[in-house]
Design a protein around this ligand. Structure first.
Ligand code: SF4
Length: 227
């Protein structure tokens, strides 16, 4: 078991510093070339890997161009175009509905406020945060996906379980200038080393400050269960 720094703010800062050294090019891995494509890619990425989404959107973004195309596409046709994605039927419906709202209420533009974005179909705070950060350069919060959720708990930054509450805890301790990067660093480390089922603690740059480190900690703080 590693020994966390004295305060959670110190711990968060140290984690960011070390992960920045380990992953200097960390950034969003979804592919898109405009705000609408970003919104659609993020909607599709819920409970699906970014690789799978990128694979599927290659063709999708060639076929459909702009909110009219999606809003006017028959449900079955759009669902068929997405059929390798998890929950493709619901996601096709979210995309059609969102594009209809974008056309009717936002002059065809992806909105740039948390309130307006979260009114779109299938868009929660996490999706809205990603669109604000990468589509509009507005950082209002911290994107809490499954990797951020798991690593924040393992590393002793929060004891909360729900993403919204984890986000609130993190916003109090992670410097605002690092809010966006914190997510990408956690995702990279979560994929490369601190995986859900079998984290490689022996080869982890955070081992000495991680209270879940498998060497002699018996508990995975992410789940609260023994390793
Ligand atoms: S890999 Fe192990 S030591 Fe590193 S952050 Fe994850 S649980 Fe902690």
């Amino acid at each position: 078991m590693g020994t966390p720094l004295e305060t959670r703010a110190d711990q968060a800062e140290e984690i960011v510093d070390r992960l920045e050294d380990a992953y200097p090019d960390s950034t969003i891995s979804l592919r898109y070339s405009n705000r609408l494509e970003l919104l659609i890619a993020v909607i599709l990425s819920a409970q699906c890997t970014d690789e799978r989404v990128n694979e599927e959107t290659k063709q999708l973004f060639e076929t459909y161009d702009g909110p009219e195309d999606y809003a006017n596409a028959p449900q079955e046709e759009l669902a068929e175009a997405l059929n390798s994605i998890t929950y493709y039927n619901s996601k096709a419906e979210y995309i059609r509905d969102s594009c209809e709202t974008i056309l009717e209420e936002h002059d065809g533009e992806v909105p740039d406020t948390m309130a307006e974005l979260t009114e779109l179909s299938g868009v929660g705070r996490k999706t809205a945060n990603v669109v604000l950060q990468h589509g509009h350069d507005i950082v209002e919060g911290i994107v809490v996906d499954t990797h951020v959720q798991r690593l924040s708990r393992r590393l002793g930054l929060t004891e909360e379980e729900r993403p919204e509450r984890i986000e609130t805890d993190l916003m109090e301790i992670v410097p605002e200038s690092d809010w966006q990067q914190f997510t990408h660093l956690c995702i990279d480390h979560g994929r490369a080393t601190c995986t859900a089922r079998n984290p490689d603690c022996a080869d982890c740059v955070l081992a000495d400050i991680c209270p879940s480190e498998k060497g002699d900690s018996e508990v995975d703080l992410a789940s609260g269960e023994p390793w």
